[in-house]
Write a protein that binds this ligand. Structure first.
Ligand code: SAM
Length: 260
């Protein structure tokens, strides 16, 4: 049970940096464009900074919180709120596909943000929109263009499932306790069902293989897999296999993963 008369002590291990600026919280929730009756999941509600705005929308809201003390306090404040006490990294995201459309939001704990986003965009086929606050540097990676320094495996993967848009930067000063780095809010608008990768496992395998050695030329990394069919694919794409992995677009990763 929560010690109600005592303030919650932030746990660093759970990435607990709580938002203190109501205007910013409102802006983050507005970016999700919630409507009454919509199904929304919030990851890591913490002390309810975003939750209080989400509750007001009349959406069907569920929250996933790993910290029992915070979960107790949330249930006490909003007795009707569905609080799921779980590790979001182990949440069965694909089970949401049996339901209707869903929107997902969260000021994500920094140590697990990239991994959660990797899983959610690929597993939740019924995702209508997501809005996540992440470390600024991760936001740059999620929204990077091919050929740029920030473009990497996370970018190539996520963009095969979703468009991404960098919305705004959030400074450390609006959190308690203050994080060491800037944060930013990113919006995810999933690609239509027909535009999702045919074989996500092969795509993940290729992305990991190529970005593990991102300084090398693609042809060097692929070595024996540079079959005549693969060489022909590079010719037809007008891409030199002597380029580095970050020069392939998300769509090119997908196409190459099916033939290499
Ligand atoms: N939403 C609140 C806010 O904006 O003030 C809290 C955000 S805080 C950065 C991250 C929250 O995620 C904390 O409440 C923390 O307990 C929770 N959390 C951390 N790791 C988690 C995990 N693996 N699964 C679910 N919740 C987690």
């Amino acid at each position: 049970m929560a010690h109600r008369d005592q303030p919650h002590r932030a746990k660093k291990s759970l990435g607990q940096n709580f938002l203190t600026d109501r205007n910013i919280c409102r802006k983050i929730v507005d970016a999700l464009a919630p409507t009454p009756g919509a199904s929304i999941i919030e990851i890591g509600p913490g002390q309810g900074a975003l939750t209080e705005h989400l509750v007001e929308t009349g959406a069907r809201l569920r929250v996933v919180e790993m910290d029992d003390d915070l979960a107790d306090r949330l249930e006490e404040r909003w007795p009707d709120l569905e609080v799921i006490r779980a590790d979001a990294l182990k949440f069965p995201w694909a089970e949401l596909n049996a339901e209707g459309p869903v929107r997902i939001i969260g000021n994500l704990p920094y140590n697990v943000g990239s991994k959660l986003i990797w899983d959610i965009v690929s597993r939740v086929e019924t995702l209508e929109r997501a809005v996540f606050m992440v470390q600024h540097e991760v936001a740059l990676r999620l929204t990077a263009e091919p050929g740029s320094k920030a473009y990497g495996g996370l970018t190539a993967w996520v963009r095969n499932f979703s468009d991404t848009r960098y919305l705004f930067k959030v400074p450390p000063t609006v959190f308690r306790p203050r994080p060491k780095v800037d944060s930013a809010v990113v919006r995810f608008d999933p690609l239509p069902a027909g535009a999702r990768p045919e074989d996500p496992d092969r795509l993940a395998e290729l992305i990991k293989l190529l970005f593990q050695q991102r300084r090398k030329q693609i042809s060097t990394i692929l070595k024996k897999r540079m079959t005549p069919a693969v060489e022909q694919w590079f010719r037809e794409e007008g891409v030199s296999p002597s380029l580095r992995p970050e020069n392939l677009t998300p769509t090119q990763f997908r196409a190459l993963s099916l033939i290499y």
